[in-house]
Design a protein around this ligand. Sequence first.
Ligand SMILES: [Fe+2]
Ligand SMILES: [Fe+2]
Length: 477
Amino acid sequence: MSTTADYSEKIPNNVNLHEDRRLQRALESWQPNFLNWWQTMGPTLPTRDVYLRTAINVGRDGWAQFGHVAMPEYRWGIFLAERDPGRKVGFGEHKGEPVWDKVPGEYRAELQRLIVIQGDTEPASVEQQRNLGATAPSLYDLRNLFQVNVEEGRHLWAMVYLLHAYFGREGREEAEELLHRNSGSLDSPRILGAFNEETPDWLSFYMFTYFTDRDGKYQLGTLKESAFDPLSRTCEFMLKEEAHHMMVGTTGVDRIVQRTVEVMREHDTDDVAGLGAIPLPVIQKYINFHYSVSLDLFGGDTSTNVANYYTAGLKGRWLEDRRKDDHKLASDSIMVDALSDEANGERSIGQTEVSALVGLNTDLRREYIADCQGGVKRWNRILEEGGVRQRLKLPHVAFNRKVGAFAGIEATPDGEQVPASEWQRRQGQWLPTDVDKTYVRSLMQPVHERGKIAAWIAPPRNGINGQPFDYDYVHLS
Ligand SMILES: [Fe+2]
Ligand SMILES: [Fe+2]
């Protein structure tokens, strides 16, 4: 198989699409629907062109090219990481067997479901972010928003390719549905909760790309381990693009914290609301919100479905091959979050031991949590270096949960269980209130002038692809 994309084709690809006329025709008939979705549900800010990265190759020596592109003409394509002909299943009951090039009949429904759920998140975030262009703090940020958007569009293509190529008529129907469901829609919402929340401002955008896109990274990491080789190779390449989305989130929050510190010092006050910066307590509340809804994306603390996916070889663990165990887990156990029964009949925040297979969601969530700590550490370093004594932190896992063991209780960010009435009274201290949101929104005045930046965020250290910050990243129309 060649790894260089064929750009003479309507749909750029490295899967020799021209050799399968039926599949090619099916995807070419989905393409106008995708473009129609992009025009109606994608970015609303009118632009002439944007300095974008386009995937052109999956090989080691350079896989992308940069240039100004009119967004509807972006070359969304189908790219799978190179095939490893000797690849073996790395876990579960098929461990050691050759990986699958086709979908085994007995796992068809499960694999289709996993692909649909992943696929559904990709266009969802584009929909959530569609109005942000109008309030971008700089052309650099605007460009990054659009880069994330077009790549999420490409990730949709990646999942739709799998559905069309391997799941027949049902797959094609699911591909249509991916365009019909919409984020926040009452009639046909997106499948997962966090993807129906709005992303109304840029603080939310950076939090989303930090916390929620990072969930995506971990989900892709487990699918990359799949015995179904086309899924594995697709996800491997998506992870490459995903790294930029993480960078946008991480450095976006860095720059907001940086600016807040500067204003705090300049005016010798903690109260920077009204001084054009975002107060640290508001940043903390946004962390609390985005982190807790992202924890929910990992599903229940225990799951027999996920145990079955693992045993069947459909979905592995994060960095499966670095785990030092038998990769079957039949006799291992894990402690998972749970409510424990107390002597007085109350139920309190605790843990319980379950079989490792059943606790795989917990295993993945913990990997994710450890990764999230990295951001908080960075942001606290900025605070420390700025001579500010406050610190940011991740809230307790029981805080604001709608899924899993703690869905039925209320807990403070410190993990103290509180009655529902107290939660009602105090939640405004922990989650963004209407006042907070209105203030943040009031700061969102567009800065679309080359080399300029909004007052609530510091400029980036580096531009994109070696270009300076004041490069003409976007031409508005
Ligand atoms: Fe994605
Ligand atoms: Fe992403």
